[in-house]
Ligand binder design. Structure first.
Ligand code: NAD
Ligand code: UGA
Length: 475
């Protein structure tokens, strides 16, 4: 590939049609109208959902996503299970497959499972033609690019495929769910790690269609791979830090919102990621920190590993302490008590529930005998059932043990309930009619606000007990 050719990226393929592959390629197709973008996946079900005429059935919910899919799908954006064809035609391939924590074998519980990185690389090795630029978009341990290069290099000579060459780059994804489209259109920065200038320039050429050049940072391969893990570790560290202080506020009379505001006003600290909550969730923070911990131990840096591991320890403690205090405040038993749960996704504006604190808190409450009435604007009852590992009850009133049902009408569900627990800060919860919702709760009734959704001033006349995270006293 020469300087002219770098401008001729006509076909892009993305392997992995998940929360990253789908939205990121949708924005790429929106910005590069002359490029054909094909997103492939081994899951027929996922691809069918991406191709569903009814845009409500897309597998990923993100504000703004439906509109792009409706504008670009089957024009220059395609979703397909024909992986070999898409790879053959591609000048550039993004690998955007899952890299979860290993569940068994060496490194179980910490290391990344690279099964899907390897399988997608082997697909590329089998089908790619001519020169192909491969980009790691998945979050991976440092040195993964070398594994990809080795597989490609050692499988380069395939009969009837002509001369094949590869350039391997790293360009990790920094989007956050719920704001993915905004993050992809206006990223803070783009990272490109690599050694091959032509490959780097070709990728830059694509990004420059909508991202100012000064935001495109070029580093070596290993810095790029490691930066992604470190960025997530630093973000999660801030949440564990503020959550630890929320507990201290509750016993001292200080207020966490005032603390966040006062420390966040210091430019050096900054105001973002200082909101306490029931523990961070999502598919990545925990797995990426565990991966970092594993890498540190692998290189003999035990103190460094222990330092980062504590972020996870604190996170697990935070969600446990919330369940415990709910039980304590309800006279030390929630057995057969009705508790309304508001929010099940790990954050608002997404239907993703992976590692959501709600899963753990709900399970614990059910184990303690509670009857939960669970509401979420985007998460389906089927998903909740899968996450909890417990089927939805047919008739909550008849249950004699811990159980749950999905609810749409919060007002009706609150009738004769003992408590409402807010676990996700969906905007719609802020504007509920709290006066009428709380009127028919069984007294003494409680609101547990783990997301600082409610202003105490607005509900203090409702004759209800209120617990707000990081608020110094039971008001
Ligand atoms: P996901 O599980 O939603 O999607 C991954 C997809 O890859 C799945 O649909 C799976 O079927 C497919 N796949 C796996 N192996 C394949 C193969 N060999 N051929 C074709 N398809 C294959 O995962 P995700 O949330 O999109 O995350 C993908 C990567 O991006 C992970 O490494 C993650 O850490 C990283 N990341 C995720 C986010 C996020 O917000 N979810 C943000 C930044 C980075
Ligand atoms: C996070 C990072 O923000 C992204 O940059 C990164 O690309 C992504 O992980 C990834 O690698 O997967 P995401 O998990 O989608 O994105 O969402 P965040 O907004 O970071 O929130 C994560 C969790 O932290 C949520 O449960 C959220 O409620 C919680 N959180 C966040 C807080 O409790 N307090 C805060 O101040 C911020």
């Amino acid at each position: 590939m020469n300087d002219q050719d770098e401008k001729k990226i006509k076909n892009i393929c993305c392997i992995g049609a998940g929360y990253v592959g789908g939205p990121s390629m949708a924005v790429l197709a929106e910005k590069c109208l002359d490029t054909v973008v094909t997103v492939v996946d081994i899951s027929q079900e996922r691809i069918n959902k991406w191709n569903d005429d009814n845009l409500e059935n897309l597998p990923v919910y993100e504000p703004g996503l439906k509109e792009i899919i409706s504008n670009r799908r089957n024009k220059n954006l395609f979703f397909s299970n024909n992986i070999s064809k898409a790879i053959k035609e591609a000048d550039m391939i993004f690998i955007s497959v899952n890299t979860p924590t290993k569940l068994e074998g060496f490194g179980a519980g910490f290391a990344s499972d690279l099964t899907w990185i390897e399988s997608s690389t082997r697909e590329i090795a089998k089908y790619a033609e001519g020169h192909t630029i491969i980009i790691e978009k998945s979050t991976v341990p440092v040195k993964t690019a070398r594994i990809i290069e080795t597989i490609l290099e050692t499988n380069k000579n395939v009969e009837n495929c002509g001369e094949r060459t590869f350039s391997v780059l790293s360009s990790p994804e920094f989007l956050a769910e719920g704001s993915a489209i905004k993050d992809l259109r206006y990223p803070d920065r783009i990272l490109i790690g690599g050694n091959d200038d032509l490959g780097i320039n070709a990728l830059k050429f694509i990004y420059k269609k909508w991202i100012p050049e000064e935001k495109i940072l070029v580093t070596n391969l290993w810095s790029s791979e490691l930066s992604k893990l470190v960025a997530n570790a630093f973000l999660a560290q801030r949440i564990s830090s503020i959550n630890s202080i929320s507990a201290l506020c509750e016993v001292t009379g200080a207020r966490i919102d005032e603390i966040s505001n006062s420390i966040g006003s210091d430019n050096r600290i900054g105001s973002k990621f200082l909101k306490p909550g029931p523990a961070f969730g999502g598919s990545c923070f925990q797995k990426d920190i565990l991966n970092l911990v594993y890498l540190c131990r692998y290189y003999g840096l035990d103190e460094v590993a222990n330092y980062w591991e504590n972020i996870i320890t604190l996170n697990i403690w935070q969600r446990k302490r919330i369940t415990k205090l709910i039980v304590e405040k309800l006279f030390n038993t929630v057995n057969l008590k009705k508790i309304v749960i508001l929010g099940f996704s790990y954050k608002p504006n997404t239907n993703d529930t992976r590692e959501s604190a709600a899963i753990y808190i709900c399970k614990d409450l059910i184990d303690n005998g509670a009857k939960l009435l669970i509401h979420d604007p985007q998460v389906s009852p089927e998903q909740i059932s899968e996450d909890l590992g417990i089927n939805e009850s047919h008739d909550l009133d008849q249950e004699t043990k811990g159980s749950w049902i999905f609810i749409k009408d919060i007002q009706k569900a609150a009738n004769q309930s003992d408590a409402i627990v807010i676990l996700t800060e969906w905007n719609s919860y802020k504007t509920l009619n709290w006066t009428s919702i709380t009127t028919y709760m069984r007294k003494p009734s409680w609101i547990f606000d783990t997301r600082s959704v409610l202003e105490y001033q607005n509900i203090k006349d409702h004759h209800i007990n209120y617990w707000g995270i990081g608020q110094g006293f039971d008001i």
